[in-house]
Design a protein around this ligand. Structure first.
Ligand SMILES: *[C@@H]1O[C@H](CO)[C@@H](O)[C@H](O)[C@H]1NC(C)=O
Ligand SMILES: *[C@@H]1O[C@H](CO)[C@@H](O)[C@H](O)[C@H]1NC(C)=O
Ligand SMILES: *[C@@H]1O[C@H](CO)[C@@H](O)[C@H](O)[C@H]1NC(C)=O
Ligand SMILES: *[C@@H]1O[C@H](CO)[C@@H](O)[C@H](O)[C@H]1NC(C)=O
Ligand SMILES: *[C@@H]1O[C@H](CO)[C@@H](O)[C@H](O)[C@H]1NC(C)=O
Ligand SMILES: *[C@@H]1O[C@H](CO)[C@@H](O)[C@H](O)[C@H]1NC(C)=O
Ligand SMILES: *[C@@H]1O[C@H](CO)[C@@H](O)[C@H](O)[C@H]1NC(C)=O
Ligand SMILES: *[C@@H]1O[C@H](CO)[C@@H](O)[C@H](O)[C@H]1NC(C)=O
Ligand SMILES: *[C@@H]1O[C@H](CO)[C@@H](O)[C@H](O)[C@H]1NC(C)=O
Ligand SMILES: *[C@@H]1O[C@H](CO)[C@@H](O)[C@H](O)[C@H]1NC(C)=O
Length: 687
């Protein structure tokens, strides 16, 4: 195919999208010019077009050129004819060289993306080329194998830069000289390098608002004093300490601090005055140690000193046990402490966050939790204390009722068994409650024994989702959920639950998801639950699908690990009318009665989510994977068997013939044997 008539090199095997683009260009430009780029107003789209140089056929007023994923190795002239260029993107090429004068005419260039190239080779030349870009605001040099010295040269004269992306390079340390002239910088991304030290590198950047240091090797962040910063992301490092310069009295602008996935032992020492709203500390080792400090008899260290790795020794001393040094937390809205080692909170600690909406404490070491408006801010919306060691929830009915924003409460996987009956009923706006994998009893009505350790749900109008999986529930009273409008009810993994029809009375018109896996389910009429969309009846020894399911419009059905051998094909057709996802492995399906499966498959909408795991048994009790079903012949087992017999017969005859041959050889050619042995042992034999 003839391509460009101009000097630019264009490979002739443009594929799929590019071919299409070519047609578009032809019709757009009006004259027959074969070129694999698309022009939309003043933007040229040439991504993935096998280009090895900048095309020179665009109109001179072009403002944006995308050349990502091409075959560029060097940038030579070619831009000079586009003096209005504001944006150039050459990400994902193999650029090593950028000629010094490439940008000499691109005075207006504001955004330049050179990510994922090999610029470390010719970085000095690249630096000289870049230095003429006096308007450059955004520069992406991610994934170029750059060390800090190279970076320092590359950005040396780019004093207009506002955003600089340097992720996935090889930067180890940063100091005052690295970004010396970047006074205008607002955003800096150094994610995924090997940074282990920072010394004064950001002091002069008075406008820096977003700093991303995630996925590096930083051991600590001490003497933090970037008052103007809005977002600091230092997740996925090895940070033991986060300590603010406590001498600064001004208000820090910081709104988001991400210290997830580090090695913090202490809650971070935040600025005294700050605006932090999002505080992410998941996956650390944070705990509180006040109980140790008040103990005068013990001899614990009470301060810690830090030394910079560079020449300039800085000496910061912290009073470790002083909980007041955590700064003012009054603006925090989200506190994520998932996967830490919190075993208690100091008195009034959570209460000092009057705007706290989300409190995440999954996988800590809490043994008891106080669910009262004295301890918790009434703004609290979502509370996750799952996977702790909770034995008790302390609460009084009155103080609980003041937590009127609490909507999601997750207490699953704890060791709860004593809960006062109306503790949750008192929460005015509770929507989702997860009590799975605790020991819970459901009260029989009327229940006037306040000492009883059972729970009631009657008349909780706000409650929509209730999870009671694995709660060792044996019996449930009739109408246990009456007066609620539950949409989700999870009762799976209560192997002794003998669910009665009357138990779920009152939920017929609300229930959308019902989990009854592993509940010894026998006879249950689902047909009344007309809004049911998702049903789990896994592990129930069912030999047939309940007839009543056919009346529903189920979208998700889980029937794994039952004793189903087949499904009536009219049932399959009925289910297929609404079903979107079905799980079925772990049954004893009969390979020769699979009409139902064909019915499901025909419907095209149904996704058998675990298809690759489903097996069936043929008449010889051999197991076949559904995916390889074509190889199964039902009824014709005689043929299969006779083939086996033929093979056996053939083998027997062959072995006999070989045996006779060997005996013949040994008998009639007796010398053959010693000769073979002799040859094998020629070193040792003396003759
Ligand atoms: C930056 O500017 C200075 C002074 O104009 C010049 O000496 C230096 O060579 C420039 N650096 C680069 C990489 O062009
Ligand atoms: C911090 O960076 C990591 C890695 O890129 C990212 O997953 C995380 O969402 C970032 N945190 C915030 C608060 O943006
Ligand atoms: C002081 O320490 C001892 C032993 O470590 C401990 O038994 C005691 O409870 C502590 N006292 C306080 C007030 O925490
Ligand atoms: C505390 O430490 C000092 C010096 O290390 C030691 O002399 C003293 O006996 C210790 N006191 C206690 C109570 O352990
Ligand atoms: C050490 O720090 C002081 C004050 O913080 C500063 O004036 C001095 O220039 C620094 N020295 C070096 C070698 O960085
Ligand atoms: C650090 O401070 C402590 C006390 O505040 C002092 O004893 C120590 O000498 C200081 N270290 C350095 C290196 O300045
Ligand atoms: C924290 O800051 C808020 C608002 O800036 C202020 O009202 C409150 O008094 C401060 N709390 C403390 C303990 O300083
Ligand atoms: C309740 O929580 C939500 C966050 O989901 C928040 O927007 C709202 O302001 C809170 N209400 C009160 C009264 O605190
Ligand atoms: C509650 O927490 C557990 C474990 O952390 C999690 O698996 C479950 O999905 C959560 N429940 C809800 C309703 O989000
Ligand atoms: C639930 O509400 C109904 C009607 O308001 C009332 O008759 C009934 O006693 C309530 N049940 C409980 C257990 O509070």
């Amino acid at each position: 195919m003839p391509m460009s008539g101009h000097q630019s090199v264009v490979h002739s095997h443009s594929e799929g999208p590019c071919l299409l683009l070519l047609l578009l260009v032809l019709s757009a430009s009006g004259h027959p010019q074969s070129f694999p780029c698309r022009l939309i107003q003043n933007t040229a789209m040439c991504n993935s077009c096998h280009l090895s140089s900048i095309p020179d056929v665009f109109p001179p007023e072009i403002e944006e050129i995308f050349l990502d994923k091409n075959l560029l190795v060097d940038l030579q002239d070619g831009l000079s004819r586009y003096p209005f260029l504001k944006m150039l993107s050459c990400a994902n090429n193999q650029l090593m060289i950028v000629q010094e004068n490439v940008f000499s005419e691109s005075r207006l260039l504001e955004r330049l993306n050179l990510a994922d190239n090999d610029l470390h080779f010719g970085h000095q030349q690249v630096a000289r080329a870049l230095s003429s870009l006096s308007q450059l605001k955004t520069l992406d040099l991610s994934g170029n194998g750059l060390r800090e010295d190279m970076v320092s040269i590359l950005v040396q004269n780019l004093s207009s830069l506002e955003s600089l992306y340097l992720s996935r390079n090889a930067i180890q340390r940063l100091d005052e000289s690295t970004f010396k002239n970047l006074h205008q910088l607002k955003e800096l991304n150094i994610e995924k390098n090997v940074l282990f030290e920072i010394s004064g590198a950001f002091d002069h950047m008075k406008k820096l608002q977003r700093l991303n240091l995630a996925f590096n090797c930083l051991p600590c962040l001490v003497n933090f004093e970037m008052t103007q910063l809005l977002v600091l992301n230092a997740s996925h490092n090895s940070i033991d300490w986060f300590i603010t310069n406590q001498e600064l009295t001004e208000t820090f602008m910081l709104e988001t601090l991400d210290l997830s996935d580090n090695h913090l032992l202490f809650f971070p020492f935040l600025p005294t005055h700050n605006r932090i709203r999002t505080l992410l500390l998941a996956n650390n080792r944070v705990g509180f140690y006040q109980h140790l400090s008040s103990n005068t008899s013990s001899n614990w260290t009470t301060s810690v000193e830090y030394y910079n790795l560079g020449q300039n020794v800085s000496n910061i001393t912290m009073d470790l046990w002083n909980e007041n040094l955590h700064g003012n937390l009054s603006s925090v809205e989200l506190l994520d402490l998932n996967e830490n080692r919190v075993n208690y909170f100091p008195q009034g600690f959570i209460k000092q966050m009057p705007h706290l909406y989300w409190l995440r404490l999954r996988s800590n070491c809490l043994q008891s939790f106080v669910l009262t408006s004295e301890e918790l801010p009434i703004s609290l919306y979502e509370l996750d204390v799952s996977r702790n060691r909770l034995k008790e929830i302390k609460a009084t009915q009155h103080s609980v009722s003041e937590l009127n924003n609490l909507t999601h409460l997750n207490l699953s996987k704890n060791d709860l068994h004593k809960l006062s009956p109306r503790i949750f009923t008192s929460l005015p706006n509770l929507n989702t409650l997860d009590l799975s994998y605790n020991t819970v009893d459901v009260c029989y009505l009327p229940n006037y024994l306040s000492s009883s350790e059972c729970l009631q749900w009657y008349n909780m109008t706000s409650l929509k989702q209730l999870y009671l999986a694995g709660c060792s529930i044996r019996n449930m009273p009739w109408s246990a959920f009456k007066g609620t409008a539950l949409t989700h009810l999870e009762l799976s993994d209560n192997p002794n639950l003998q669910l009665q029809q009357k138990t779920l009375e009152g939920l017929e018109n609300s229930l959308q998801h019902l989990g009854l896996g592993n509940t010894d389910l026998h006879a249950f009429d689902f047909s009344l639950f007309t809004h049911l969309m998702s049903l789990n009846i896994r592990r129930n020894s069912l030999a047939d699908l309940p007839e009543s399911l056919m009346a529903l419009k189920l979208k998700i059905l889980d029937v794994r690990d039952n004793l189903l051998t087949t499904i009536r094909s009219q049932h399959a057709s009925m289910l297929a009318e609404s079903l979107q996802t079905v799980y079925m492995n772990g049954n004893a399906f009969n390979c020769c009665q699979l009409d139902w499966y064909m019915n499901l498959r025909e419907s095209k909408v149904v996704n058998v989510a675990d298809l690759s795991e489903i097996t069936c048994l043929d008449l010889n009790h051999r197991r076949h994977r559904f995916l390889l079903l074509d190889a199964v012949y039902c009824g014709d087992t005689n043929i299969e068997e006779s083939v086996v017999w033929y093979i056996l017969l053939f083998l027997t005859v062959s072995v006999s013939i070989m045996g006779i041959f060997v005996i013949y050889m040994l008998t009639f050619q007796p010398r053959l044997l010693p000769r073979v042995i002799k040859k094998r042992c020629w070193r040792q034999t003396p003759y």
